[in-house]
Each structure stands twice: as C-alpha cells, then as structure tokens.
Design a protein around this ligand. Structure first.
Ligand code: F6R
Length: 257
C-alpha cells in the first residue's frame, strides 16, 4: 500500500515532541518571517512547553514569528480560561518574545460572527502559505473544528460542534452543558494551503482515528482524510496511537524512532 505522507512513530513520547520542536526551531532560526499555524488541546501542549523553554534556556528569538490559530469557541474570550485564546497565551505566548501584532486569534466574544469570519479570512489570505501547520485530530476525524460533512473547499466558517466533540472536550469544563455548542474555525482549504502539515496523535483515543486516516478513503465523513491530498504531511505518533499501523504486516511505510 502506497502513501504520500510521512509517518514517524515514537517509543518515547518526549522524543516525539523533541523532534517536532527541532523542526519548528530550525524554521524560527532560518526563515526571515516564519509563519506557524497553531492548534490547542492536549496534543500540542508539550511542544509549546519546549518552545517556551527554547526562549528561556536557548534564547530562541521569536520576534519575527507570526502565528495563526485554527479555531475558537463562540462566546468565549481571551479572559475565559476555557477559551483557546487563553490557552495560547497561558501555554505559549506569555512565555516567549512574540510580538502581539503577530499573533492571530479568532475573537469568540465578537458581536458579529460573520464580520469576525471575514476579518480572519482576510488575514489568512494576506498571510499566504504557513510554513508549518500544527494539527491534532478529533476522535470524529475533525481537524481544526472541521467536523464530519465539511467540504474540502471550506474557508473560515462557523460550525455547530458534533456531539462527539462536545463530549470529548467536556474534560476541560465543569459540566457537559458548559461546553460551547458552536465555534469559528479555519476551513480545510485554509489548512491545506500550508507548506507542511504536522499532525500529532498520542494515546488510545487516537488508535481508531489514525487507523481511519492511514487505511481509509478520502471522505467528507472523516475530514482529516483530506490531508492525503497534500504532499507534505507528517504524522507524529506514539506507539499507542499507531497500534493498527504496527499490526498491519503489509504496511511498512513508516519509521519507528
Ligand atoms: C484545537 C483543534 C482540535 C484538536 C482536536 C484534538 O485547536 O483544532 O482539532 O486538535 O480536537 O484535541 P486533543 O489534542 O485535545 O486530543
């Protein structure tokens, strides 16, 4: 079976994040104006810790870095602890010397959702291709908040979250009913514009999504599968998330580190 994406499988999860951080670091060092697309959630947390340490301990200079975040809950703003803006400030931006004007976040507290979508899309279009887009994957196959059914041609849009996503994300809230039901997300088309896409998946909840990604068809029922239309995608997996890949004797197109 052929595949047009890289797969890196790690015995040691710290090595996974170290390798991914190396990619980011070389981009920060070597490019005049690096642009990163960023995700929130559990998957990139350790990467942001390494990036923060990079500033503190290695004097890595983020002054020219521009970032764009994938998504935000509607109704939550940067002072709400469960918002993605708060997550980014708390886990990364406050720890490094990135300029505020170079940080692009969606305003979930905006008065006019359509206006906010247009504003963000304009920024995305002006920025051009990101150097690296960091992604996690939802158990329902979402990337960003592009839920099942989303078109490959989608731009920034408002979305009603899938029940599965609401359940998955309730771990960050006191009650299931506190999880916002809607969000604004970059579209699949915006994500696919990146020069390189690094998707992180670890742990047993990601076994099925990774199996579907690697062995399944490209379908709107599983939006992450659209990434197979891109020619520079790398899956960063731990051994657990990669369980089904490692089981399949006919499939050897990956490296174990
Ligand atoms: C977050 C995002 C989502 C997450 C996905 C996986 O900004 O866009 O697509 O990447 O839900 O979440 P975790 O990493 O928490 O399993």
């Amino acid at each position: 079976m052929e595949n047009n994406f890289e797969i890196k499988i790690y015995e040691n999860i710290d090595m996974l994040y170290k390798d991914l951080y190396s990619e980011i670091k070389s981009l920060i060092i070597n490019l005049k104006k690096p642009i990163l697309g960023l995700a929130t959630g559990s998957s990139p947390l350790k990467l942001y810790k390494l990036m923060s340490d990079g500033f503190k301990k290695e004097s890595l200079d983020y002054i020219n870095l521009k970032t764009f975040n994938l998504d935000e809950y509607i109704g939550l703003g940067k002072y709400d602890e469960q918002s993605y803006s708060y997550f980014m400030w708390n886990n990364l931006f406050k720890n490094i010397n990135i300029l505020e004007k170079n940080i692009n976040l969606i305003d979930g507290k905006c008065k006019d959702v359509n206006k906010e979508i247009k504003r963000y899309q304009k920024r995305l279009d002006r920025a051009g291709a990101f150097d690296i887009q960091i992604l996690g994957i939802g158990t329902d196959g979402h990337i960003g908040f592009n839920e099942p059914g989303t078109s490959i041609d989608s731009n920034c849009h408002m979305v009603y979250l899938d029940m599965q996503t609401i359940k998955d994300n309730s771990r960050f809230f006191n009650n299931l009913s506190d999880v916002p039901k809607s969000a604004i997300t970059m579209g699949v088309k915006d994500i696919l514009k990146a020069k390189r896409i690094c998707l992180i998946a670890t742990g047993d909840k990601k076994i099925e999504p990774i199996k579907k990604f690697v062995f399944g068809d490209i379908t709107n029922k599983f939006p992450a599968s659209y990434l197979k239309r891109h020619n520079n995608v790398c899956l960063y997996l731990d051994k657990t998330a990669a369980t089904e890949i490692l089981k399949n004797k006919d499939f050897t197109n990956y490296i174990v580190k």
